[in-house]
Design a protein around this ligand. Structure first.
Ligand SMILES: Nc1ncnc2c1ncn2[C@@H]1O[C@H](COP(=O)(O)OP(=O)(O)OP(=O)(O)O)[C@@H](O)[C@H]1O
Ligand SMILES: [Mg+2]
Length: 227
């Protein structure tokens, strides 16, 4: 199988049938300080069962979205091999990430910490960042994305609507486990010219709290897995 890309948390292969195979790895992302952070841009460590947890939760949420008639890149998952088969997508530029923030945390507090504090309620803020590890994934406005010819204004609006719809479905599901979704990032790209959710939906892409306390990776996996 042809290796298409080596990512921080997954390797991407092209299968002979044209589908992509995402092979999840036991890596944890975080900040230069070594602190784990789902928005982090470097691999800060390796942890047993992270791949298994990420593929399990990702498959769980893609199946949930299927039930809501939301089309995604997901085809199927092998929870033993920590692999997922997906439809290949064309990224916007080198890839964009779409964030929904329900409460202030992470890089948001890093940027606006003199105007808000960790945990402040936010009015469901939608943000876009350009995937660029060397530049710390810069946040980007609709105007900038249009000017850089990465997406059109109409595509931006469509992605915004899809992102919020999907994140609200995930938030509602998380609340059923008596957990709170603080923020989450998704990736969209084009499949057959249609804006489609790709990549993963896992604890590595979201910040979740229980009783106001941030949950670590494994506690979150175990909680979601056991229900
Ligand atoms: N269906 C798909 N078609 C094409 N590329 C995809 C698809 N799904 C995911 N990808 C890409 O595959 C890569 C997955 O690897 P990984 O998540 O480890 O990437 P990364 O960019 O290094 O990490 P991070 O997402 O934390 O920045 C990402 O670049 C993602 O955009
Ligand atoms: Mg990724």
């Amino acid at each position: 199988m042809e290796l298409v890309k080596t990512g921080k948390t997954k390797d991407v292969y092209k299968q002979p049938d044209g589908f992509y195979l995402l092979k999840f790895k036991d890596t944890v992302t975080g900040r230069i300080s070594g602190e784990t952070d789902p928005g982090g841009n470097i691999v800060v460590g390796f942890m047993d069962k992270v791949a298994a947890g990420n593929v399990f939760i990702t498959h769980y949420y893609f199946e949930l979205l299927k039930k809501h008639n939301i089309s995604t890149h997901y085809v199927n998952a092998d929870l033993i091999k920590n692999e997922m088969v997906v439809r290949p997508a064309k990224l916007f530029g080198n890839g964009l990430e779409f964030i929904v923030r329900y409460k202030a945390a992470g890089s948001f507090v890093g940027r606006f910490g003199n105007l808000c504090k960790e945990g402040d309620k936010l009015p469901k803020i939608f943000e876009v960042t350009i995937k660029d590890d060397d530049r710390g994934d810069p946040p980007c406005t609709k105007e900038i994305l249009e000017a850089l010819k990465i997406i059109t204004a109409a595509q931006y609006d469509e992605i915004r609507e899809k992102t919020i719809k999907i994140c609200d479905i995930i938030k509602e599901d998380i609340e059923k486990h008596e957990l709170e979704l603080i923020d989450i990032k998704l990736e969209f790209a084009l499949i057959d010219d249609e804006i489609t959710l790709i990549d993963e939906i896992s604890p590595g892409n979201m910040r979740v709290c229980r009783n106001g306390k941030k949950l670590d990776y494994l506690t979150l996996f175990n909680l979601l897995k056991s229900t």
